[in-house]
Design a protein around this ligand. Structure first.
Ligand SMILES: C[S@@+](CC[C@H](N)C(=O)[O-])C[C@H]1O[C@@H](n2cnc3c(N)ncnc32)[C@H](O)[C@@H]1O
Length: 240
């Protein structure tokens, strides 16, 4: 498998999403280094600060351990500016990032990273052939329908491939809500989002035909690795 050519698909979903507002809070936070908060339309007193510095910085030790445990052929779903992609490529993994945000994709492209500006629900290269799909930094929330996202992720990886998910710190959390992003006193448009802890994720993963391989924690973050059914004996390289 070779790295796909960089390209931009401007026909991304018309629906509001985390990064579809070209001059929204996420884009401003990425471009101007502002603090970014995830808020719930129905819970005005609730807001969670998102680690924009982590998104813009280099992969840390925990990020690298995720890459070290990945199969070759890494597809980073909602890759942002591309720190995981950079780490995956540096570790010799053939990789591709996908993100709807023009600001995130611009930053990634400026570093020469292979990122498609596209929704994970749109057609993607090499569907069913990827070794690992990443859903990190809360990206299990994309679309606000974890089952649909896991079904889509499973469809993108090869038989026996992996879906690596970063889960909420509380294993029991299972909530889908109408979210907004806030940065520099500006609120974005509402979009559907979810948060899932490791225990809640198991149920959705089962519905998507995924099998639990392991769950672990590192530096205050929580992760789960799932496998698709191995219907093929295709060999793959795993560098653990
Ligand atoms: C919480 S941020 C994660 C940032 C990212 N993992 C990183 O390393 O910087 C969520 C990301 O998912 C992207 N996103 C949201 N909906 C998406 C979709 N349907 N398809 C692809 N990317 C999406 C957003 O644009 C944003 O970059």
């Amino acid at each position: 498998m070779t790295n796909p050519v960089l390209s931009v698909d401007s026909s991304s979903d018309a629906l509001a999403s985390f990064g579809t507002d070209a001059d929204g809070p996420y884009e401003r936070a990425l471009r101007d280094g502002l603090d970014l908060f995830l808020c719930d339309v129905d819970l005005p007193e609730w807001g969670e600060r998102l680690p924009i510095g982590r998104f813009l910085g280099p992969a840390d030790q925990v990020d690298q351990s995720v890459i070290d445990g990945s199969f070759d052929g890494v597809l980073d779903l909602g890759c942002g500016p591309g720190r995981m992609l950079r780490a995956a490529l540096s570790s010799g993994r053939r990789s591709l990032g996908v993100d709807v945000s023009s600001a995130a994709v611009e930053i990634a492209h400026a570093q020469g990273l292979p990122v498609l500006q596209r929704s994970v629900f749109q057609p993607l290269p090499r569907e069913g052939e990827w070794g690992t799909a990443l859903l990190l930094d809360g990206n299990i929330g994309i679309g606000g329908d974890p089952r649909a996202l896991l079904v889509r992720s499973a469809e993108l990886v090869a038989p026996g491939g992996r879906v690596l998910v970063e889960t909420h710190a509380d294993p029991a959390v299972d909530r889908s809500f109408s979210a907004i992003l806030r940065a520099g006193g500006v609120d974005g448009d509402p979009f559907a989002w979810s948060q899932l802890g490791a225990r809640s994720l198991r149920r959705y993963a089962m519905m998507a035909g995924l099998h639990l391989i392991r769950e672990w924690k590192g530096a205050g973050r929580s992760f789960a690795e799932y496998a698709t059914s191995a219907q093929s004996s295709r060999s793959r390289r795993r560098a653990r």
